[in-house]
Design a protein around this ligand. Structure first.
Ligand SMILES: [Zn+2]
Length: 202
């Protein structure tokens, strides 16, 4: 017979589910569960309803790959945004980080990852075809806002090469970004600086 865990099965199941979240190990997952159990009527109810809202309402924007409550997302649908300027990012988290900094007035394109020989991720696995199609609809500037990692930079170079023949201004974030730096972890001042000082690729 399996030994009875004093914490009960529900708690273990929830802790196991939470421990799969990025940045949350088993120990902090169990602490989070305990914290929630102590606040059943307040925090737990609030968390439940926001999880349900996310499950019911969040969709991927077919234009840019953002995750939002509408498709097209609020950025693609916003007429004040400059559709002739596109900022290309690896993941939705990067888009959100840049948008929080409120410095870029154009629109975004989410690749859905980065090229990685190690993980077998090639150009066909990323949203590059849709990027080229958007660019050909009329874009003047492409800002490559990849992470300052080896794979991020490889991806930026690959896209820059694909854009070479097009009459575009292709820039990338300035190397104010620390090497290995991921946009999502950067404070807004650093991001702002990297974006303001963006320079032509080449
Ligand atoms: Zn969008």
């Amino acid at each position: 017979m399996a030994s009875q865990d004093p914490r009960g099965n529900e708690i273990e199941v929830l802790a196991a589910a939470l421990s799969r979240l990025p940045g949350l190990g088993p120990r902090s997952a169990r602490r989070a569960v305990l914290w929630l159990v102590k606040r059943r009527e307040s925090a737990l109810v609030e968390l439940l309803s926001s999880l349900q809202a996310v499950q019911e309402n969040l969709v991927e924007c077919h234009t840019c790959g953002n995750v939002d409550t509408s498709d097209p997302c609020h950025i693609c649908a916003d007429p004040r945004r400059d559709g002739r300027s596109l900022c290309v990012v690896e993941d939705v988290a990067d888009l959100w980080a840049l948008d929080r900094a409120k410095l870029f007035s154009g629109r975004y394109h989410v690749l859905g990852g980065r090229l990685s020989a190690l993980e077998g991720i090639g150009p066909e696995d990323l949203n590059i075809g849709t990027l080229l199609a958007r660019i050909d609809e009329g874009v003047d500037e492409v800002v490559l806002a990849m992470n300052a990692t080896l794979e991020g930079q490889t991806t930026a170079h690959y896209i820059a090469e694909r854009l070479e023949e097009r009459p575009l201004r292709v820039t990338q974030l300035a190397h104010g970004l620390p090497v290995g730096g991921e946009l999502d972890y950067m404070d807004e001042g650093t991001l702002a600086q990297a974006l303001r000082a963006r320079r032509p690729v080449g």
